[in-house]
Design a binder for this molecule. Structure first.
Ligand code: C2E
Ligand code: MG
Ligand code: MG
Ligand code: MG
Length: 276
């Protein structure tokens, strides 16, 4: 009967919930320790000009090196960091480390590399613009070489986000909308926002060569971006067919496994060297 099923479900889910709760609180504790001990590192994924093949920048992606668990991916720990507020110290570490590294590469002669850093909406505090300024001063990276990747979740509180975004842009830092097309924003927002780049979400890139809807969406993103004088980067390019379709549609910047996975700083440096 339905009632028996209901009861069965309840009994079944109870220990499962406890287990998850436990897992979650262990993760939270471990994450707190990781913040204190700075057990994070960055990988860098190249961003390419699809016409010339030149690398114009890199996206910094955070990893957590856990002493026993090994590498924990951001998909696993960023949500916990966001819920616990630990995203503030972690995000600050990422920004500082990324800026320091970008400056070091520029000093090595790679003069025009843009560093992209992912930002959670929770990092959008009153204090963020001043913090960014401080990190730029400390590391010596010029603001125009820094780009923040924010998702459309930023639009949930549009007036507030707009104020912070404008302050950040006034510093000379660039703004990019990540995973564009998947959130609840519409093109009309873009008109009002201080945005430099749209990143076409991987879900469109990945079937653009075989799905008319994805291709139509990509085309309209490119068209709007062109009219508004905004850049476009396609993410998640894995196959030659996807690259061809994107190029045909007029998308000239991209990143993805077809070119390179995210790389350790040593490997990224080698990758840069091999492209000279
Ligand atoms: P994202 O910013 O959209 O980054 C793209 C993700 O797709 C990365 O996963 C990257 O490794 C992966 N990727 C790149 N090219 C390809 C491809 O061709 N195919 C496939 N299947 N995947 C590809 P990752 O590094 O696991 O990061 C996942 C997400 O975690 C990021 O999505 C971003 O939202 C978040 N994240 C990463 N680092 C940070 C950070 O420092 N701060 C914050 N707040 N979030 C971060
Ligand atoms: Mg990103
Ligand atoms: Mg993305
Ligand atoms: Mg994504």
């Amino acid at each position: 009967t339905v009632k028996a099923q209901g009861r069965g479900r309840f009994l079944f889910f109870q220990p499962e919930m406890e287990r998850r709760h436990l897992e979650r609180s262990i993760l939270e504790n471990e994450l707190r320790k990781a913040v204190q001990q700075e057990l994070f590192y960055l990988e860098y994924q190249p961003k390419k000009n699809l016409c010339t093949g030149a690398i114009f920048g890199m996206e910094a992606l955070v990893r957590w090196g856990h002493p026993e668990l090994g590498t924990v991916s951001p998909g696993k720990f960023i949500p916990v960091a966001e819920e616990t507020g630990l995203i503030i110290p972690i995000g600050e570490w990422v920004l500082r480390e990324g800026c320091k590294q970008a400056k070091a590469w520029q000093d090595q002669g790679y003069k025009s590399l843009t560093l992209s850093v992912n930002m959670s909406v929770q990092q959008f505090t009153q204090n963020l613009p001043a913090k960014i300024q401080e990190i730029l001063n400390d590391t010596g990276l010029e603001p125009r070489w820094l780009e923040l990747e924010v998702t459309e979740s930023i639009f949930a509180d549009l007036a507030y986000s707009l104020k912070i975004l404008k302050e950040i842009r006034a510093l000379g830092v660039h703004i990019s909308i990540d995973d564009f097309g998947t959130g609840y924003s519409s093109f009309s927002y873009i008109k009002h926002l201080p945005v430099d780049t749209l990143k076409i979400d991987a879900s469109f890139t990945q079937d653009i060569h075989e799905n008319d809807e994805s291709q139509a969406i990509v085309k309209s993103i490119l068209e709007v971006a062109k009219t508004l004088n905004i850049g476009v980067v396609a993410e998640g390019i894995e196959r030659q067919e996807q690259l061809s379709a994107l190029s045909q549609d007029g998308c000239f910047q991209g990143q993805g496994f077809l070119f390179s996975k995210p790389l350790s700083k040593e490997k990224f440096e080698k990758y840069l060297g091999s492209k000279e």
